[in-house]
Design a protein around this ligand. Structure first.
Ligand SMILES: C[S@@+](CC[C@H](N)C(=O)[O-])C[C@H]1O[C@@H](n2cnc3c(N)ncnc32)[C@H](O)[C@@H]1O
Length: 248
């Protein structure tokens, strides 16, 4: 790439509101709100996905789709609906499109709601990513049923968890903006509910590769965030993020 082309890429990237932090090469790194490389480290993906087929549900700017391709996946399909609909100010598909072009990627794409996924429409995939999407689902069990139908081998699920004080399956329902001031968040299952729902939809083994952190950690983290940015104390103690590998 010439210096002029790099400057043009930098300019186009700066006009987009990014969710993902993506290294586009030539020193251009997208200014994502999300610390995506840190999230990637928690997913415990195999270093090589050589020959595997990967479906990324709720791909947004596509970081995880491009990463699967980089790790050797034979075929990758990125899907999304809400953000790609472009109905929310500043959100859209421009980031995905620019990153795909800049990376010279062959990731396929389909605009489809998670609840409309089925084997007939998208086929089945060795590995399915469902990252940061479950808590946006008004019908979480139905969404997991749809995702299970298109998973051949393993589902990689990353999600918010709530109700951590309960051992039995329990799920918080967010009718308003109580989580991150975001009215697109609907549910916060606890780990027992996640395991139970995944078994219900047909997964035989459920491994928490990044489990919820212990209470003392969540208290310390919450105190820190309150001190640094005035965040609500209780929510940070009650909730966390987990990563699960669920096997067929
Ligand atoms: C928090 S972002 C997570 C993005 C990415 N998977 C990640 O982990 O960084 C949630 C994503 O889910 C998508 N989403 C929300 N509701 C959806 C639905 N009903 N069907 C498909 N995607 C949906 C949003 O458009 C957005 O891209």
């Amino acid at each position: 790439m010439t210096n002029v082309q790099i400057a043009s890429l930098q300019q186009r990237a700066s006009e987009i509101q990014w969710h993902h932090t993506i290294d586009l090469g030539h020193g251009v790194i997208t200014p994502g709100k999300d610390n995506t490389p840190r999230k990637l480290a928690r997913l415990a993906l195999p270093d090589s996905l050589e020959g595997m087929t990967v479906l990324d549900v709720g791909a947004w700017d596509g970081f995880f789709s491009f990463e699967a391709e980089r790790r050797g996946a034979a075929r990758v399909l990125a899907t999304d609906s809400f953000v790609w609909d472009g109905n929310v100010e500043g959100f859209g598909k421009k980031g995905f499109e620019l990153a795909k072009q800049a990376l010279g990627s062959h990731v396929e794409e389909m605009h489809i709601d998670a609840l409309e996924l089925n084997a007939e429409r998208v086929g089945t995939w060795d590995m399915v990513f469902f990252l940061g999407v479950l808590y946006h689902m008004k019908h979480p069990l139905l969404a997991l049923e749809r995702v299970a139908e298109v998973t051949e081998k393993v589902l990689v699920l990353e999600t918010l968890v709530d109700m951590l004080a309960y051992r039995r399956p329990a799920m918080a329902f967010y009718a308003g903006r109580e989580v991150a001031q975001d009215d697109t968040n609907w549910c916060g299952p606890n780990p027992a509910a996640i395991a139970a729902m995944l078994r219900t939809v047909g997964f035989s083994r459920v491994d928490f590769v990044a489990p919820a952190r212990p209470l003392y950690f969540r208290v310390a983290r919450s105190l820190w965030h309150r001190y640094k940015s005035g965040h609500q104390f209780g929510a940070g103690v009650r909730t966390d993020r987990v990563v699960v590998h669920a096997w067929k």
